[in-house]
Design a protein around this ligand. Structure first.
Ligand SMILES: *Cc1c(COP(=O)(O)O)cnc(C)c1O
Length: 423
């Protein structure tokens, strides 16, 4: 049972005693044409800018102007080891050791680099398991990897979907499929949080069962990083990758994170696509002909990183380090439960959540009972300054993000939705 009350005064009272309430002021909230703040519930799609991000970026532009090439060694945050600052805060975020983390490239690129090393079909063990419907980029990446190895996706791609009439994938269906197909599966690559339904998968169980069958297990954490508790190292996940622009608020196309378990830190039997930034730091500038990887995740880097794109990630990770995932998850749980509860109380005849209550982060995927109204409702929400996101054919995804959303936001969202749906 909960203590929720369907009343705006109650929502305001929750906000007044929220220990994380101050973080909202650390972000820019987009405004409507008349200058009033939007009701922003789209942090699962593009997180809001930390106010500090601008200073982090202009600071690097200033150091470039002041130091030129010497900025690699001088300045506030020298560029040569710049990416190393990410290891500690990101390790806390995903439950990893520092040398298991690297920030580089973007998500789909990192998935490919990981598959180059960790998808190694051989003999009867050739298949990749993903979910259905997977995020298109992930499916494209996996299918193209199969083809790269000369394998027919119709035969070697395994997809696990919710059962007919259901919206979440049954955890047991995943585990049973892995057990049944075990000796044919080379790679299990599933999401931490499924982007469409918002379902959190049981990452430790999937990893355990995948390993029992001799498969490699990697996760796409695009919707999980900064949203739900993660313990990648202890779960013994082999690799993971995530983008930084959703819950991690680091800006459109921001540089992405990547994790490789330490058991691979010095594994020189792994094939990999190499570049000079992955080369041993002490000898990199001897410019020798032979590649010697840095032990750990850093050894997968290709290029020297784009500092101006990394700078906002640092601004964001500092906020996560300060607030801490345990406190964020606690608020997230309560905020999202309040939203789910209000919708059930007031809007059940029009719309319902397809996100499993027992396995979710802060995203709710709301399904309209009359799908044909969806596009109109979505447009009308935007006209009212309510930003959330629409997924074909009939789902509105909303994410009350604990860093900058309030109980009152959730309450007002449900008011708007009720007015529109009861028209
Ligand atoms: C957002 C998202 C992506 C986006 O990939 P980019 O390479 O960052 O454009 C990929 N996969 C999933 C599951 C996502 O949620």
């Amino acid at each position: 049972m909960n203590d929720f009350i369907d009343n705006i005064a109650w929502a305001h009272a929750q906000d007044r005693r929220d220990p994380l309430a101050g973080y909202r002021g650390r972000f820019h909230i987009p405004v409507t044409d008349d200058g009033s703040p939007t009701l922003y519930l789209a942090g699962n799609s593009l997180g809001l800018p930390p106010r500090a991000a601008r200073d982090f970026v202009t600071g690097e532009l200033d150091d470039w102007a002041r130091f030129g090439v010497e900025g690699h060694f001088h300045g506030r945050r020298p560029w040569m080891p710049y990416h190393e600052q990410f290891a500690a805060p990101a390790a806390r975020l995903v439950g990893a050791r520092e040398h298991e983390i690297v920030y580089m490239n973007t998500l789909t690129v990192n998935l490919h680099l990981m598959m180059v090393s960790f998808y190694r079909p051989a003999g009867d063990r050739t298949k990749i398991l993903i979910e259905q419907p997977a995020f298109p980029s992930d499916r494209y990446a996996v299918v193209s990897q199969l083809k790269f190895h000369g394998l027919d996706p119709d035969e070697h791609l395994l997809e696990i979907a919710p059962r007919a009439g259901e919206h979440a994938i049954r955890e047991n269906d995943i585990l049973e499929l892995i057990a049944r197909e075990g000796k044919h599966i080379a790679l299990v690559m599933l999401p931490g949080v499924q982007y469409y339904s918002g379902q959190v998968l049981d990452m430790p169980a999937i990893t355990r069962v995948g390993h029992e069958q001799g498969a490699i297990v990697g996760f796409d954490l695009a919707h999980a990083a900064g949203n739900v508790p993660l313990a990648l190292h202890d779960w013994e996940v082999d690799f993971a990758a995530w983008c930084s622009y959703k819950y991690l608020n680091a800006g459109p196309g921001a540089i992405a994170g990547c994790y490789v378990h330490e058991r691979f830190a010095n594994d020189d039997t792994l094939p990999r696509f190499a570049g000079w930034w992955g080369h041993d730091k002490d000898s990199r500038f001897r410019m020798g002909p032979d590649f010697r990887p840095i032990p750990g995740a850093e050894g997968w880097q290709l290029s020297n990183p784009p500092i101006f794109s990394l700078a906002p990630v640092l601004a964001s990770l500092e906020i996560f380090s300060e607030a801490g995932m345990p406190a964020l998850c606690e608020k997230s749980e309560r905020l999202t439960s309040f939203l789910a509860w209000l919708i059930e109380q007031r809007l059940d005849e029009h719309i319902y959540s397809i996100t499993p209550a027992q396995a979710r982060g802060c995203q709710l995927s709301l399904r309209l009972r009359r799908a044909e109204r969806g596009k109109t409702v979505q447009r009308q929400l935007i006209e009212r300054g309510v930003l959330c996101d629409w997924r074909e054919p009939d789902v509105i995804r909303v994410a009350p993000v604990p860093l900058y959303n309030r109980f009152a936001d959730v309450y007002r969202f449900v008011d708007h939705l009720e007015e529109l749906l009861e028209q």
